[in-house]
Design a protein around this ligand. Sequence first.
Ligand SMILES: NC(=O)c1ccc[n+]([C@@H]2O[C@H](COP(=O)([O-])OP(=O)(O)OC[C@H]3O[C@@H](n4cnc5c(N)ncnc54)[C@H](OP(=O)(O)O)[C@@H]3O)[C@@H](O)[C@H]2O)c1
Length: 232
Amino acid sequence: METVLITGSNRGLGLEWARQYAEAGWRVLATCRRPEQAESLTRLARRHPGVSIHRLDVTLPKQVEALAGELAGERLDLLVNNAGVYFERWGRDRLGQIDYPAWMETFSVNTLGAFRVTEALLPCLVRSEKALVVNISSHMGSIADIQAPNDYAYRSSKAALNAASRGLAHELAARGIGLLLLHPGWVRTRMGGESAPLSVQESVHGMREIVQRFDLDQSGHFYRYDGVELPW
Ligand SMILES: NC(=O)c1ccc[n+]([C@@H]2O[C@H](COP(=O)([O-])OP(=O)(O)OC[C@H]3O[C@@H](n4cnc5c(N)ncnc54)[C@H](OP(=O)(O)O)[C@@H]3O)[C@@H](O)[C@H]2O)c1
């Protein structure tokens, strides 16, 4: 049985990653900040004995270390660094109104969080013959895509995730571990809003196909959920 660990899996895309891998018969280590409030995830775990729920705020080193300790000696085939935040409101993060603490928090979750978790779980990943780290990015992290003065914090956090992950892919490849940067598309979640065109099912289905077809030659590349490669 293959094992996947997902961050931020109590709602939105993370919950759907957990649901689809649970239904595919994988062992799912579903992490979230507040397991006691994760009702949908708890229902999923009741239906699928392969799903276990673990507490993890990706910004808290002690929680990351505790989880790595709990999983010591185990094998991890797939790590989905999905947890993310988007604090800006459209049109409000202009000069004179920039919320610097929120920008720092955005970096802490979206950029450092993925690294912190990957670094801590490396001993589990190296135990897999075909380990893969998926860092959930966004087309908004594509510098080539920026055509409007907005979303400074979110865009820069995902651009930094892309840049750092591209380098990390080389370090991981030397240990036989792959890395992908994936843009889920614009998806109906709390972050994406109700007018987004894509459902979580379509987005995660597409991303899982990319994962399934993954070859180490693709490591460090940046793809949209439908397989189109995106510009940096
Ligand atoms: N939806 C879109 O259109 C879209 C487009 C491009 C990229 N993305 C990316 O896709 C990923 C998932 O987004 P989503 O749309 O599913 O968003 P969402 O519905 O807002 O869910 C975000 C998830 O991240 C978790 N999270 C936030 N801060 C965390 C922390 N410090 N530690 C652990 N978990 C934390 C949240 O947990 P709580 O419930 O505890 O807050 C929640 O589970 C994000 O990385 C996002 O940037 C989404």
